[in-house]
Design a protein around this ligand. Structure first.
Ligand code: WTA
Length: 648
């Protein structure tokens, strides 16, 4: 049996869940025993408190995650394909890389990093497209114990500057440009712009991918291929021995206030839980081909395109392009061409492809698919049904996986074909996950505690928290532990607060309804309203702005910005101003954060203490003007009429 910890029946699920609650230490120690360690975990399995917070899993153990992702498979499965790369352009050849080749290539790149003075614990910024070298760069960092921080290729130079400053990285890895559909993003140029504001980056390793002309700064910029040439004769790079709790990576994510924060995951716990979740949620069988459509710049790509499938010795498919290039049948072409068995994607992609009708499905052979997965936002019933009927041909299980950057891996999800599925419900917690629902007064809603093994008599609703640590829980926010405490561990005493609202039905199934804080989920991308407001307010023709979300058919949520312009602007050309504001947002954050609707207003509804009443603006943006509710506490009720009249 390749995965002794794979759950095969509902009964086994309940048994595993019970064990994981009754004796979490013994439960996880047993699962950890199926990984490769430099020094095996001992009886000190878990130390924790959510007050500071401090969580340590397998504290005394030592390992290297890449030994588990690569080296461990060489003897028996060296010739197995580790990953298939499908290029943006369907007329170009796809690439298959075996575990043995992956070993060689990661080892070479790891030697390149060492040769450029990168040491264990150093931070490495990676700003690349979805090319094989991105996966190789990530694993090369992990192999030598450097902490990678991947920046999604859609982020702007300013966003890069913030992340480089926060990580204090010494080196960046980038590429000339990235293809996405019919667009080419000049990554190197954007990185150059960012580096003008930073003086401590000594090296930039540049991959030649598109061949587009770029400037190379002598002394700083070096070509990936030249650097590889220099280490060709070096002995293979052995793995660095890491302590279980050494950081593995930093990934920035948006919250309700301030700039994005660097979520830190550590080596052992992340490896154990992410692999456990992969094998169980997707019921992965050796020889299946797993296609995760997420970009590696997000947590889903980190966990389910790289670490978990490779630790499980799987074959993973990585795709450079977009679902609609050259047409909306691209995913189905890829499924057919590579005989994909498991497709893991996002509701926004499903809704977008659904909107093209069935034309692009005609003649596509999807018979290899056995399991489908959804992640990133609530999946509405229509999308679920389309996915089930048209893509799954009513034969595939669908897993609706709820989790977050901070949780590292899937937390609440059905296990494909093993535990029951229910459209628009993420369903049951994975073993080891102990959710509770909290009411507005900070009390546990009776009957909502999964670990009590009692079921409520009616559906309940509350804020979703987790009351016990799991191995891949966020350890800190980089260089600002207090922010980690305040954001996740201070709202409710001794609980991790997810920021999501949630229902639990009488069978114990969870249905996540979305964020209850000021975080938007636009096409599955997390964007803080404060970030967008700051970007808009950075324009000197803006006095103030307020940004809220509203339901959007394809994106899930759209961005609605209410903006007060400076009074010195006479006869404003609103189209030009809108354009200017959208540019501001693109420059400060990236095109993904551009508002879908902009409304210029003369004032914003405020409380007597001067706080913007977002609840009201949200209702207006949602088009629910009749449900605005109590407006007594508004300081300036006269603006409401005007805002409602000008509603977009
Ligand atoms: C939302 C993505 C409903 C949720 C892995 C969460 C979901 C945020 C689901 C995290 C789901 C993710 N159903 N909502 N299956 N999956 N979410 O950090 O609001 O990019 O808090 O991690 O996405 O987004 P993040």
């Amino acid at each position: 049996m390749p995965y002794p910890y794979q759950i095969h029946s509902l009964e086994q699920y309940h048994e595993a869940y019970r064990k994981s609650v009754e004796n979490p230490q013994a439960f996880w120690l047993d699962i950890a025993s199926h990984f490769q360690w430099k020094k095996a975990p001992d009886s000190e399995v878990l130390q924790w408190n959510f007050k500071e917070p401090k969580v340590e899993w397998f504290k005394n153990a030592q390992l290297n995650i890449t030994e588990n992702c690569i080296d461990r498979h060489l003897e028996k499965n060296g010739d197995k394909v580790a990953f298939i790369w499908e290029p943006n352009n369907p007329n170009e050849e796809s690439i298959q890389i075996t575990y043995r080749e992956l070993h060689q290539r990661v080892s070479l790149m790891a030697n390149v990093l060492k040769n450029n003075d990168v040491k264990k614990g150093d931070r490495v910024i990676i700003y690349m497209g979805m090319v094989p070298e991105l996966l190789i760069a990530v694993l090369a960092c992990a192999r030598i114990g450097a902490i990678h921080s991947v920046i999604f290729g859609g982020f702007s130079a300013k966003s890069i500057v913030d992340r480089i400053n926060d990580t204090q990285a010494s080196i960046v890895i980038t590429q000339d440009a990235a293809y996405r559909g019919n667009k080419e993003t000049p990554l190197k140029k954007i990185m150059d712009e960012a580096l003008m504001a930073i003086d401590f980056i000594k090296k930039s390793i540049v991959l030649k991918h598109t061949g587009s002309p770029i400037n190379m700064q002598i002394g700083r910029d070096v070509w990936w291929h030249d650097e590889i040439e220099k280490v060709k004769s070096f002995p293979a790079c052995e793995v660095e021995t890491m302590n279980a709790e050494d950081p593995l990576f930093i990934l920035y994510t948006s919250g309700s206030t301030g700039k994005p924060k660097g979520v830190v995951h550590t080596c052992a716990g992340y490896m154990v839980f992410s692999t456990y979740s992969f094998v169980n949620v997707f019921q992965y069988q050796p020889n299946e081909i797993f296609f995760c459509t997420a970009d590696i710049g997000w947590i889903t790509g980190h966990t389910y395109t790289i670490y978990a499938p490779l630790c499980a010795g799987a074959t993973v498919l990585m795709f450079e392009g977009t679902p609609t290039y050259p047409n909306a049948g691209r995913f189905w072409d890829i499924v057919e061409k590579h005989r994909v068995n498991i497709l893991y994607t996002a509701p926004t992609a499903i809704r977008s492809l659904m909107s093209y009708g069935d034309e692009f499905l005609k003649g596509k052979d999807l018979s290899s698919l056995t399991k489908l997965g959804s992640v990133g936002e609530p999946i509405n019933e229509d999308a679920w049904i389309w996915f089930h009927e048209k893509i799954g041909r009513k034969k595939c299980s669908i897993v609706d996986t709820w989790w977050q950057t901070e949780t590292g891996a899937c937390m609440i999800s059905n296990l494909a074909g093993v535990t029951p599925e229910k459209p628009s419900y993420a369903t049951l917690p994975l073993p080891g996950i102990q959710p509770v629902l909290m009411d507005e007064d900070g009390k546990i809603i009776e009957g909502s505690d999964a670990a009590s093994f009692t079921l409520p008599k009616e559906t309940i609703k509350g804020n979703l928290c987790i009351q016990f640590p799991w191995p891949s829980i966020i350890r800190t926010t980089y260089r600002d532990h207090e922010r980690c405490r305040l954001t996740y561990f201070s709202t409710y005493k001794d609980l991790y607060f997810t920021g999501d609202g949630c229902f639990r039905d009488t069978e114990g199934n969870y249905r996540i309804t979305g964020r209850v804080d000021d975080v938007l989920n636009v096409s599955g991308h997390r964007i803080g309203t404060a970030e967008v407001e700051n970007a808009i307010d950075s324009s000197d023709i803006v006095i103030e702005s307020a940004v809220v979300g509203y339901p959007h058919d394809i994106k899930g949520q759209g961005i609605y910005a209410f903006i007060i312009l400076a009074s010195h602007i006479q006869n404003p050309d609103l189209n030009a101003i809108e354009h200017h504001i959208l540019n501001r947002v693109t420059e400060n954050i990236g095109a993904i954060a551009k508002p879908d609707k902009i409304q210029f207003v003369s004032g914003l509804p405020k409380t007597r203490s001067g706080k913007i009443m977002r609840r009201i603006l949200r209702k207006i943006a949602e088009g629910e003007v009749h449900q605005i509710g109590d407006t007594h506490s508004i300081l300036n009720p006269e603006v409401l009429d005007e805002i409602m009249k000008g509603m977009k």
